[in-house]
Design a protein around this ligand. Structure first.
Ligand code: DSN
Length: 406
């Protein structure tokens, strides 16, 4: 199964915006003896004996995380972005409290108050949206904040390609006395590489995953600049919502942070954004609607309502040919999330393989061909694209040739 998965990742073009290829060093660090140890607590304050190396690893990971994001405090123990968000809610909200966040259909995340999650069931979320041009409607954010006086405001998204105005969010949070949480799960690698605006110094607290654009191991992290907030977060993560930290993953986070501090990583981050802009331009030139008319990040959201194909159909047709994308809801979507009217395309993983503008232009055109020719003989179309995909995969193999970070 391991080698089959390797082939699967090598032989297809991974265009899922939340995925990437971690370096071999990151992957190897996860497969170390750190997995054998319980280290509940924090460096210098553990509940088990024998944590000397655990302390060294966690302290170093914290130090590098703070350096990378230019902040004072980091909790590197959250096992995922969802748990990082859960910890922030546990730290600052009581059951029933109001918070304000972006709606899932407009690009937000499930843990930002969707009714099927703990965040939506135990608290009282109010949701803001994007305007008709596809940009976050800051007037609506302010209006809802003033009307509802939320204790917490969340900015950050999973399918929003534009810059987030962290300063404007902070000013609204200050106006109503709310804590501002910036969930930068999608953008953190771009922020580390200075290719996207930083949530600091505007945010009270910042959550992220470590495996998306940041290209680390699967996991989460919480950052802040204030000692009182940092103490609350530490208590919320452990013992609040988690037990023994995954020390092998924290070791791998350390490796990823060190990689992300390099000049190569800054080049990588800026290439990711350049590639996404090329993708958006190709789609626009071929008449496929790009939400918000472009991108400032690693992702492009396509609205397929005029292309006579649903998100799930597009996802399937593309996947059969080795172009792995995900269906995605779009604002005012009249389809269920299982069908969806859009697809989301991300450039971070294939940029890690070393692909640049030329290759992404080719990829975007392949996607357009398939969407346009969806009624063609499926066999013909799949075979044609598979040959093109195989050539690109062969020219840019994972974990072999020199590509960014490997
Ligand atoms: N599942 C991730 C994404 O695709 O954006 C977020 O958790």
């Amino acid at each position: 199964m391991i080698s089959d998965e390797f082939n699967n990742q090598n032989d297809k073009l991974k265009l899922i915006a939340s995925e990437n290829y971690a370096s071999l060093a990151v992957i190897q660090a996860q497969g170390t003896f750190f997995t054998n140890k319980y280290a509940e607590g924090y460096p210098g304050r553990r509940f088990y004996a024998g944590c000397e190396e655990m302390d060294r690893v966690e302290n170093k990971a914290i130090e590098l995380a703070c350096k990378l994001f230019n902040c004072k405090f980091a909790n590197v123990q959250p096992c995922s972005g969802s748990q990082a968000n859960q910890a922030v809610m546990f730290a600052f909200l009581n059951p029933g409290d109001k918070f304000l966040a972006m709606s899932l259909k407009d690009g937000g995340h499930l843990t930002h108050g969707h009714k099927i999650t703990m965040s939506g069931k135990w608290f009282s979320p109010v949701h803001y949206h994007v305007n008709k041009d596809g940009f976050i409607d800051m007037n609506e954010v302010r209006k809802l904040a003033l009307e509802n006086k939320p204790k917490l405001i969340i900015c950050g998204a999973s399918a929003y390609s534009r810059k987030i105005d962290f300063a404007a969010f902070r000013s609204i949070a200050d106006e109503v006395g709310a804590i501002l949480l910036s969930d930068i799960a999608h953008y953190s690698g771009l922020i580390a590489g200075k290719a996207y605006p930083s949530p600091f110094p505007y945010s009270h607290v910042v959550t992220t995953t470590t495996h998306k654009t940041l290209r680390g191991p699967r996991g989460g992290m919480i950052l802040c600049d204030d000692k009182e907030i940092a103490d609350k977060i530490d208590r919320a993560v452990f013992p609040g919502i988690q037990g023994g930290p995954l020390m092998h993953v924290i070791a791998a986070k350390l490796v990823a942070f060190e990689e992300a501090l390099s000049l190569d990583f800054a080049k990588y981050a800026s290439q990711v954004v350049k590639n996404a802009k090329v993708v958006a331009d190709v789609f626009k030139s071929r008449g496929i609607k790009v939400f918000s008319g472009g991108t400032d990040s690693h992702l492009v959201l396509l609205d397929l309502t005029n292309a006579q194909i649903s998100g799930i159909e597009a996802e399937n047709i593309l996947n059969w040919s080795g172009l792995v994308v995900n269906k995605n809801a779009i604002p005012n979507d009249n389809q269920t999330p299982f069908i969806a009217s859009g697809i989301r395309i991300g450039t971070s993983a294939c940029t890690t393989r070393g692909m640049k503008e030329k290759e992404f232009e080719k990829i975007a055109n392949m996607i357009c061909d398939k969407i346009e020719n969806q009624r063609d003989s499926i066999d013909n179309l799949i075979t044609r694209t598979k040959i093109d995909v195989a050539k690109l995969c062969n020219d840019f193999p994972i974990y072999y040739k020199k590509s960014f970070g490997f």
